[in-house]
Write a protein that binds this ligand. Structure first.
Ligand code: AMP
Length: 449
């Protein structure tokens, strides 16, 4: 998962990078870091914790210079030690570089083994470090050529920003699986960020998405970034960004994430037409189910109510190591509005069911609070396959839809009815004008280069 940002040509570079990271905190809360570059030297601060905890005034003063790159970490590859925080910094023959990465490199083990066999020493468990070694070992004179040849050996989903002492190189893989957009800062210079929601906070104007297979080079010598098409694009944007991961106020590939989620909810309502169940109110699982529940309510004419209240001081339930801890956290996080729901028939919408922890718990607390019926609707198809392209999903065995069919899941979560979107419905809700990356739903692991 993770978020990356690059700021180029602005004297407040590290401050703007920290603001952008703050607005993309939802993409990773484990660790954060920024590297700036000034007078031929790269400065880096990274640590475990949230952006607001790691970057105080002192840290931002230290990170001087008019260019900076930053990262929020959500561990999908590597461990959770501080060594696995980014940016990854290194000194090598051509000077100093620092790298941030969003995505997952699927041939990381083979590449790492080959490097180790040839004497390389690794400091971290991260796939990102492979790229540092590949760049350092290359003998080309120009960094851009070294990067290209390193990428030729790299298979996977990636957005990289590589900062040297005077330039920034921005790269998106040929499939464009993870989002990456470029904007112009009103106070001068450019921003590149995983999500456009970062642009609003730093006062930047959206220019365009970085193209799949494109490398952008920001350099002090030229006004505009240079664009090189490294690879033939085979665009496959990730559908799960629209389902769950991205912030609703972001726009990916020209499409509003909020609107896509609302349309997913509308489609669920259209699919429910003709059902003879009587529903008193539509209730979202906060926060991720809210836009879909709004869409469902608008389409069906059934009132929208906040029947579940979320405690915002509890972190994510998903990354807790044991099932017992995950169960307790869901309970601490979500509480039913008893007075509202007692005796009522509810239609509850969440964006996805992964292990089934959240949905089972929610049905339980709603029924204990007196709900007469709980009809569960999921604004995505059944997740049957793990994602290897940068979304944190558990192993196949832990995915409830891998082990059980829809009726068994309904029984397991104790819902009165359960419905998902079909894959076609999902594609149509996003716009159906692209060949989306849908591997969690259909098992099509298409990344081969
Ligand atoms: P589960 O309780 O395992 O079924 O997970 C489903 C809940 O986790 C839903 O409420 C989703 O909003 C949320 N979710 C889905 N995918 C992810 C993910 N990759 N990381 C964190 N949370 C997720």
């Amino acid at each position: 998962m993770c978020a990356i940002v690059g700021i180029f040509g602005n004297e407040k570079a590290s401050r703007l990078a920290s603001l952008a990271l703050f607005s993309m905190q939802h993409r990773g809360q484990e660790a954060t870091g920024i590297s700036s570059s000034s007078d031929g030297k790269i400065y880096t601060i990274k640590n475990r914790g949230l952006v607001s905890e790691v970057f105080d005034n002192n840290a931002l003063e230290y990170l001087k210079g008019n260019m900076a790159i930053g990262h929020n970490r959500y561990s999908t590859a590597g461990g959770d030690s501080i060594l696995d925080a980014q940016p990854v910094f290194a000194k090598y023959k051509l000077g100093e570089i620092s790298i941030v990465h969003n995505g997952n490199l699927i041939n990381k083990k083979a590449v790492r083994q080959e490097l180790i066999d040839n004497g390389a020493i690794f400091q971290t468990g991260m796939d990102t470090e492979n790229l540092v070694h590949l760049i350092a070992k290359n003998s080309k004179d120009r960094l851009r050529d070294r990067i290209k040849e390193a990428l030729d050996k790299t298979i996977g989903a990636y957005c990289f920003i590589i900062q040297s002492r005077s330039k920034q190189f921005v790269i998106r893989d040929r499939y464009g699986i993870r989002p990456l957009s470029i904007g112009k800062l009103k106070s001068g210079g450019y921003i590149v960020a995983s999500e456009t929601c970062a642009f609003d906070l730093v006062d930047a104007e959206f220019i365009r998405d970085v193209r799949p297979g494109e490398m952008l080079i920001f350099s002090e010598k030229v006004e505009e970034p240079e664009s090189i098409q490294l690879y033939e694009p085979e665009y496959r944007p990730c559908a799960f960004e629209y389902v769950y991961f991205a912030r609703p106020d972001s726009v990916i590939d020209g499409k509003s994430v909020y609107k896509a989620r609302e349309d997913m909810g509308k489609t669920l309502a259209i699919n429910d037409r003709g059902n003879d169940i009587k529903i008193d109110m539509v209730i979202p699982v906060p926060d991720s189910g809210v836009p879909a529940a709004i869409g469902y309510a608008a389409e069906s004419g059934i009132p929208f109510e906040l029947g579940i209240i979320r405690n915002h001081y509890v972190g994510r339930t998903f990354i807790e190591p044991t099932q017992e801890m995950r169960d307790l956290k869901v309970k601490m996080k979500l509480s039913p509005m008893k007075s509202l729901i007692a005796g009522k028939s509810l239609l509850v919408i969440d964006d996805s069911i992964v292990r089934g922890t959240t949905s089972r718990r929610i049905v339980k607390i709603l029924k204990e609070a007196g709900a007469k019926e709980v009809h569960f609707r999921v604004a995505s198809p059944e997740i049957k396959f793990p994602c290897y392209y940068g979304i944190d999903t558990p192993t196949k065995e832990e995915l409830i839809s891998h082990r059980m069919n829809k009726e068994e899941i309904r029984e397991h979560i104790q819902a009165d009815t359960l419905e998902y979107l079909s894959i076609e419905d999902l594609k149509n809700s996003i716009g159906n004008d692209r060949n989306y990356a849908l591997e969690s739903f259909d098992g099509d692991y298409f990344v081969t280069k």
